[in-house]
Write a protein that binds this ligand. Sequence first.
Ligand code: PAF
Length: 283
Amino acid sequence: MARSPGIARTLPSLRRARDELARRNATIALVPTMGALHDGHIALVRLAKRRAKKVVVSIFVNPTQFAAHEDLGSYPRTWKQDIAKLAAEGVDLVWNPDVATMYPDGFSTRVAPAGPATAGLEDRFRPHFFGGVATVVTKLFTQVRPDFAMFGEKDYQQFKVVTRMARDLDLGVKVVGAPIVRERDGLAMSSRNVYLSPDQRRAAPTLFRAMKEAAKHIRAGDDVKTALADSATMIENAGFVLDYLEARQAETLAPIASLKDGPVRLLVAAKIGTTRLIDNIKV
Ligand code: PAF
């Protein structure tokens, strides 16, 4: 039977467990998560195992990255299944602080990322989000002190924000991005996919299909605006309310006018019913 990972819930126990893992200079990779683990997370754990000797997974549903009207209360929590999955992967340690450990009474510091965090994508619709992510990720990095940290590219802007932040603040962590893991029909794996009704689930892969269609036209040299407008219509016809579908420079996230401003990344966010999905692809 797979051996359960160690579980730390307080800072002193994390410190002890972390120092034990780092003995004989063993390298450590951190996979930050909010739990509700799916195959995308497992791919990050496997990548972490290839990069470092020891793997720590954090499970913490971070309240500071949710706005009051968002799904903090209903965010899926699947602790038992998560631990079974991490045990099967041979993860060494799970860091599972509670809210009072992460944000003790009187907590009053917030990391305020700029650059990619103000690119006008997620930040336009979730203005609180990257401040919350940057703050919690900074804390996770300083608590766990990993050599590497793995982030899925589904949250592409988040990946860029965290990469920039780790560099800017000399956090001593190499941020590693991992490709999106998709369901067989193309839907990007996400903990929020469980919110979808059967009809919404059937419509959801349209996001990926519409981006592929736009990418095909952009690669063929067609007008970027027209390609995006046609794909936006596809998405709306499938029942989504679109927040954005944009073509951006893959590194800076600056808007692009044509393929020659690339490498180009297409990024989308849209709501179906009350569920908001995001996705992106390379052109
Ligand atoms: O991507 C996530 O699951 C979260 O934003 C993260 C990075 C774990 C921070 O809470």
